[in-house]
Design a protein around this ligand. Structure first.
Ligand SMILES: CC(C)(COP(=O)(O)OP(=O)(O)OC[C@H]1O[C@@H](n2cnc3c(N)ncnc32)[C@H](O)[C@@H]1OP(=O)(O)O)[C@@H](O)C(=O)NCCC(=O)NCCS
Length: 235
């Protein structure tokens, strides 16, 4: 097989698509332990999956399915019911934020505690820093719940440095709107110079302006699309 983007001792990373990975994605996102927002049905999972993948308007996102390689140390079955390598998680980049391009990962609960997330994430970074189309990226940012010891450990081992706390940054489902804090960790491209980092920080600012413009345009489109319906309702 040649379409794996990267290989680690026990895992493959493969570009994530609806066609190949919806089933695995659904298995991942229908577990309360692994996600902040459970997607019960395949349709819900698909709608959510589409928001996480790159689009022509948002081409800077990378998403990889984490697959079991058929090596002895891995638990069987190595393949799913369609005969494809079992998907045990996902990793990649998520979105631009004021702190930079966010990165992360998520593993199927059945595979926790075996070092897979760390192995996959280090593999992803190796792959990412080598991508021609990502050469301008000088840093990634990981946002982690302070209590998430395993995740903090993974990022530290991957060379991340804790850079600060974002206060009241997100609210978990079921938290009645109470917002929690997260720590943000920065992971530098190996060998990056001060000038390159300065340029990158400028690029983040530009990206955030672009993102806000796109969001505004989307909102305006929604208002324009709503107007005829509202007019119809009044007539
Ligand atoms: C966080 C998560 C990815 C960890 O997956 P995993 O495959 O079990 O992680 P690993 O087995 O690679 O363990 C990572 C490290 O944390 C350590 N660790 C794992 N569980 C731990 C715990 N409860 N307490 C302390 N250390 C722990 C491991 O020993 C390992 O350290 P090491 O590399 O020094 O040996 C997984 O629990 C998950 O998907 N959680 C939900 C989603 C999430 O939190 N994503 C991260 C958002 S930033």
């Amino acid at each position: 097989m040649t379409d794996y983007a990267h290989e680690t001792p026990r895992l493959w990373l493969q570009k994530m698509t609806v066609e190949d990975h919806l089933q695995g994605f659904h298995q991942l996102w229908n577990k309360e332990e692994a996600t902040q927002s459970v997607k019960e049905t395949v349709e819900d999972a698909k709608a959510w999956m589409l928001t996480t993948l790159p689009t022509p308007e948002d081409p800077d996102i990378d998403k990889y399915a984490i697959l079991l390689r058929p090596v002895e140390e891995n638990p069987q079955p190595w393949v799913d019911e369609r005969g494809r390598p079992t998907m045990i998680g996902m990793t990649g980049t998520n979105r631009f934020s004021d702190e930079g391009m966010e990165t992360g990962y998520c593993m199927h609960v059945a595979y926790w505690g075996r070092g897979y997330a760390g192995e996959a994430f280090r593999g992803f970074l190796e792959l990412f820093w080598g991508l021609e189309e990502r050469r301008r990226f000088m840093q990634l940012v990981a946002k982690v719940d302070e209590g998430n010891v395993a995740s903090s450990r993974i990022i530290a081992r991957a060379g991340g440095v804790k850079a600060g706390i974002l206060k009241e940054w997100y609210s978990r489902p079921g938290s009645n709107g109470v917002k929690g804090d997260v720590a943000f960790w920065l992971i530098d491209r190996p060998g990056v110079s001060e000038d390159e980092m300065k340029e990158w920080k400028e690029e983040i600012k530009k990206q955030m302006v672009r993102k806000k413009e796109l969001e505004k345009a989307k909102e305006e489109r929604k208002i324009v699309e709503k107007q005829p319906a509202e007019r119809l309702g009044k007539e």
